[in-house]
Design a protein around this ligand. Structure first.
Ligand code: EPU
Length: 344
């Protein structure tokens, strides 16, 4: 058996710059991988040594605890290619590419469909993990297929949309088989024809306020960027992971009872059920803008928890517990966390 050597492997690395909460988390070992070959070696090494393995993209949907045993791998695979077939554009993008830069690139090329998903932090490889979504579009609607490394067999597998089992902020990679597959590249099905998606009230209002009646994809992109900048903190300034909780889905009779008790509750029909705006529930419990030690609830969007500086995962999880307890007590609704905690 040949011994695997990874000369670039670093020890005892502070991951503060690699997670958008800006938590100081020390990785026992850390490796940035720029090629499939070094990723395969790293996975084989971790398996051989029995090291826990954390695969990092942009670190924008993670709560890192202070000590991370084993190996942390940062995916830095780069590259984009396109295949054009009439109006349809299949754009294949490597997992380590930045998400927002990819959205901007696609628009610049005249490939439309990702504009509603502008300014979401993170990488392309992380996007299918939780089926990112915003302002009326979910990733799965623009998804064609992906390639992933199976860490159990070492094989490279191709996944169609059906095989990914996408759901609301959910996929096979997040729920059914967590940690098993490492996403290498994603192929998007985009269009050379502009088909603006104007389903989201706040987006329509923003365009109207700017006097735009027939928006181009670039108008939509810019409007989404403006809304996000006004509501969501920039992780390079204030540590955060976007929405900290999912919007809870409740049965129709439950929604009707809540609506009776709280007539201004914000909710959207979701099939036979209703999706409640968790931001509204948290806001109504008086949490917006409140701090608990170094962490707090963002002043412009109660669904976002922030690290004011110097906070830790324990501080944040204590705040999250307090918020959940308030919402449960007042509305009888359980909130589910969106980011992943590591180590679990
Ligand atoms: N609201 C309040 N107070 C608040 C926040 C929200 O009353 O502090 C109410 C408002 O009535 C508002 C409604 O809740 O109209 C919905 O708020 P918003 O439009 O900001 O959207 P959201 O449901 O809070 C979801 C996603 C976001 C995504 C936006 C836009 C989830 C968990 N979050 O937020 O995704 O950007 O819609 O589509 O589904 C993320 O997942 O990290 C994320 C940022």
């Amino acid at each position: 058996m040949t011994t695997i050597q990874l000369p670039q492997l670093q020890r005892d690395v502070d991951l503060r710059a690699f997670n958008t909460f800006g938590f100081s988390a020390r990785a026992e070992r850390f490796l940035r991988v720029e090629s499939l070959e070094s990723l395969q070696q790293a996975v084989a090494l971790a398996r051989g040594q029995g090291w826990p393995l954390l695969v990092l993209g942009g670190g924008s949907n993670l709560v890192l605890r202070e000590r991370l045993p084993g190996l942390v791998v940062q995916i830095a695979l780069k590259g984009r290619s396109v295949h054009i077939d009439g109006e349809t554009v299949l754009a294949t993008v490597a997992a380590g590419e930045n998400w927002h830069e990819t959205v901007a690139w696609s628009l610049g090329q005249g490939y439309y469909g990702l504009e509603n998903l502008a300014l979401i932090p993170g990488t392309v490889g992380a996007a299918p993990m939780q089926n990112i979504g915003a302002y009326g579009v979910e990733l799965e609607e623009r998804f064609h297929s992906l390639k992933a490394l199976d860490t159990e067999t070492g094989a490279i597998r191709h996944f169609t949309r059906e095989a990914c089992a996408f759901g609301y902020r959910d996929s096979l990679f997040k729920s059914a088989q967590p940690g098993r597959y490492i996403i290498l590249e994603v192929t998007f099905a985009l269009s050379r024809a502009a088909l603006p998606v104007l389903r989201y009230r706040a987006l329509v209002d923003e365009l109207e306020q700017h006097g735009i009646a027939s928006p181009t994809p670039l108008d939509v992109f810019e409007a989404v960027c403006r809304i996000r900048r006004s509501k969501l903190p920039d992780p390079s300034e204030v540590g955060n992971a976007g929405s900290f909780f999912k919007n809870p889905v409740v049965a129709a009779d439950r929604y009707r009872a809540l609506h009776e008790a709280f007539p201004d509750i914000v909710a959207y029909p979701a099939g036979d059920a209703y999706k409640l705006a968790a931001g509204w529930l948290i806001d109504r419990c008086g949490w917006k803008g409140r701090s608990l030690g170094p962490v707090g609830v963002y002043r412009n969007q109660a669904l976002v928890l922030v690290n004011g500086g110097g906070g830790t995962a324990s501080d944040l999880l204590a705040l999250a517990d307090a918020v959940r307890a308030s919402v449960l007590e007042r509305f009888g609704v359980e909130l589910e966390m969106e980011p992943r905690i590591y180590p679990a």
